[in-house]
Design a protein around this ligand. Structure first.
Ligand code: SF4
Length: 281
């Protein structure tokens, strides 16, 4: 069994929207904000780790409550009091820092209709508490970047230590359909990644897996690496790529983790062929 603080609970105590997570990847605490308590997503990834079998108690985002929870959590975590809680008491000294506020949750956060407002208000909470250096991380599938409300939210992130972690799991339309299971065209995702990457550097998150025991083909990885290269060639900035696999129970039982050596070989291809730094998690 994992030590308690490495579990990733979506809810913490009585909170509806905001929860703390120890993130070894970011070497500190990440304050998660769930903008999709209704568990609705515009993708239906075969590897999704959101438990949709259980009904959520909260269906709508109450902005005032969410901001209250965020402020309370930031105060609690940045003061160090959080480490008196049994769930965080064993966090090593070196990781006792708040790294970021992460907008993700149980669906696609950019589908939230007041996305610009929530980014602005969350940044204001951070400023009010004198916590400017804390990052704001948006974990997204990039499907809504073309909407003005989302563009405005991304611009707010740009001036508030924002980072955009955008999903790209495929190189071909067919594999995209197999893995991410959505009616949204692959081209829209690619266009949106380029549009956003022309404005600021993006972090790409790519999850590779085995489907019925078989990993992505060499041709699929060729196409995927070519997509990254093409974004770069057309003026998009990609700061790094996070390559990872399933770690918890996926939506479909025919999905399993891709061995680490294969993840490493994808990461090294990315670096060698595009010059973009790629890390395996
Ligand atoms: S985009 Fe994220 S939340 Fe939506 S189905 Fe895929 S993994 Fe799940």
């Amino acid at each position: 069994m994992l030590p308690q603080h490495t579990r990733h609970p979506r809810e913490f105590e009585a909170n509806r929207f905001v929860y703390p997570v120890l993130s070894r990847r970011s070497q500190g605490l990440s304050i998660g904000v769930n903008l999709n308590p209704d568990k609705v997503c515009n993708f239906d990834c075969i590897y999704c780790q959101v438990d949709r079998r259980s009904e959520s108690e909260t269906r709508f985002v109450g902005l005032d409550l969410l901001l209250d929870e965020l402020e309370g959590m930031l105060r609690w975590a940045s003061s160090g009091e959080i480490y008196q809680h049994p769930q965080f008491a064993s966090v090593p000294e070196a990781l006792r820092r708040v790294n970021d506020i992460a907008f993700s949750g149980d669906g696609e956060p950019t589908t939230y209709r007041n996305f610009d407002e929530i980014m602005e208000q969350a940044a204001a909470v951070k400023r009010r508490l004198g916590l400017d250096p804390i990052k704001m991380v948006l974990i997204t599938n990039a499907t809504m970047f073309h909407r003005p409300v989302v563009e405005r939210g991304l611009a707010t992130l740009d001036v508030n230590q924002g980072e955009i972690w955008a999903k790209l799991d495929a190189g071909t339309e067919a594999y995209f359909r197999l893995i991410d299971r959505t009616a949204i065209p692959f081209q829209r995702v690619l266009d949106n990644l380029l549009r956003a990457a022309r404005e600021r550097p993006l972090v790409i998150q790519s999850l590779f897996m085995q489907v019925h025991g078989v990993g992505p083909t060499t041709a699929e990885i060729d196409a995927y690496v070519a997509r990254l290269q093409s974004i770069r060639n057309e003026g998009g900035q990609l700061s790094r790529v996070q390559v990872y696999s399933v770690a918890r129970q996926p939506a479909e039982s025919f999905v399993s983790a891709l061995p680490v050596n294969e993840l490493k070989s994808i990461a090294s291809r990315i670096y060698q062929e595009t010059g973009i730094e790629a890390f395996v998690y």
